[in-house]
Design a protein around this ligand. Structure first.
Ligand code: SF4
Length: 385
């Protein structure tokens, strides 16, 4: 009797190649960018890079990362350093709360863990400033723990793989995306799997114009699917020809326009020209502890001395006289677009502004780079002719 003909090949069977984690790692091995924090698995170095990379682009982080490690080569050096040294080095990276929490975490690692980072997700999450994302990244990259990492790139990529229509940050949609990311983690190389997924999201599955033809996860194939199917079904959003429709757009808060006046006050002390700066209180929600030029909020773009001088006095103490306009800058900060007018000003006090609610100091211009400084200070001084 003739043998029965073989069954028609399924889509899964016709696509050769390893299952998705294997495909992903093969792509990563061939295409990974050579970034300094990928050269070893030291938890301190990985931690520093992961914290710096939050909300900040790779190109921006690279020089900061090099300077940081030159100044604080290990967790002991960071813990022993004054917080101001760390803030000065962080100046310009923004989100200064990260730097303060790093300092606190370094001290905790030294004081409570004998200078060694905990090797578990829960242990890492016990440190200041280390949340779910950073803990999973360090645990998987440095200690081989097979947990998925969810950053913005992975969220977008997994939402497209599943054609997930829900909010990627909430409830059941979030759980589905985490499960899909977990299915892409190779138990033998969890750190590389997570970095591969983040890299693929950053370089191929980009927010606009994803390059699906280059994507190792596009086609169906052998191996378990990401949502529990017996075979991998391929990227559903790409299959629909609608990659950019996922995840659904979030409602954005419209940026608020705000007018400010910066007062540039200079005087000669000990024969050196010094600039008057104030330090933001330690409990400020933004830029806590950074030095800044004296400023006030204005009701409009117009600067009226009758409004500005008493407003400066109320905020900083002493009596103020506004001088000529020096220039203007724009600055975006969280959800605010600041339009800032710079004016020379005189403050009528003989010494320190002792009645100011904020710490004040007359700083020689050449010492500014050594201070933890709001990035608006160098930007403003550059705009003055
Ligand atoms: Fe993203 Fe396209 Fe790859 Fe799907 S196929 S994961 S949409 S790059």
């Amino acid at each position: 009797m003739a043998a029965a003909p073989p069954p028609p090949p399924s889509a899964a069977a016709t696509t050769a190649g390893p299952p998705p984690p294997g495909r992903l790692l093969a792509w990563y091995d061939a295409h990974r960018r050579d970034l300094p924090w990928r050269r070893d698995r030291d938890p301190y170095r990985v931690w520093v890079s992961e914290v710096m990379l939050q909300q900040t682009r790779v190109e921006t982080v690279l020089p900061y990362y090099a300077r940081f490690l030159a100044r604080f080569p290990d967790v002991g050096a960071l813990a022993a350093a004054p917080l101001d040294d760390l803030l000065a080095l962080w100046s310009g990276l923004g989100y200064y709360r990260r730097a303060r929490q790093m300092h606190a975490a370094a001290r905790r690692v030294v004081d409570e863990h004998a200078g060694r980072f905990p090797a578990t997700v829960d242990g890492l999450r016990g440190l200041p400033g280390i949340g779910a994302y950073t803990a999973a990244a360090i645990a998987s990259i440095c200690f081989g723990v097979a947990v998925p990492v969810m950053d913005g790139n992975v969220e977008r990529l997994t939402a497209r793989l599943l054609a997930e229509p829900g909010d990627p940050k909430a409830g059941a949609p979030r759980r589905r995306l985490v499960a899909a990311a977990a299915a892409l983690v190779d138990a033998a190389r969890p750190g590389d799997s997570n970095q591969a997924l983040m890299e693929l999201g950053a370089t191929v599955c980009t927010p606009r114009a994803p390059r699906c033809l280059l994507c190792p996860l596009r086609a169906a194939g052998r191996g378990p699917g990401l949502a529990g199917e017996p075979a991998y079904a391929g990227c559903r959003a790409a299959g629909e020809g609608a990659a950019e429709s996922y995840p659904p757009p979030r409602k954005r808060r419209d940026p608020e326009r705000q007018h400010r006046l910066f007062a540039v006050v200079e005087r000669k002390v000990d024969r050196r020209s010094r600039l008057l700066l104030f330090r933001r209180p330690e409990d400020s929600r933004l830029m806590a502890g950074l030095w800044e030029l004296p400023w006030i909020e204005l009701p409009s773009a117009e600067v009226d001395p009758a409004f500005a001088e008493p407003a400066l006095a109320e905020r900083y103490g002493a009596r103020w006289t506004l001088g000529p306009r020096l220039g203007a800058i724009r600055h975006g900060i969280t959800f605010r677009n600041l339009e800032i007018v710079l004016h020379r000003a005189t403050v009528h006090t003989t010494g320190h502004l002792t009645d100011s609610p904020q710490e004040a100091a007359w700083i020689p211009r050449q010492d500014l780079p050594t201070l933890p400084l709001s990035s608006m200070v160098p930007k403003a001084l550059k705009a003055i002719p």
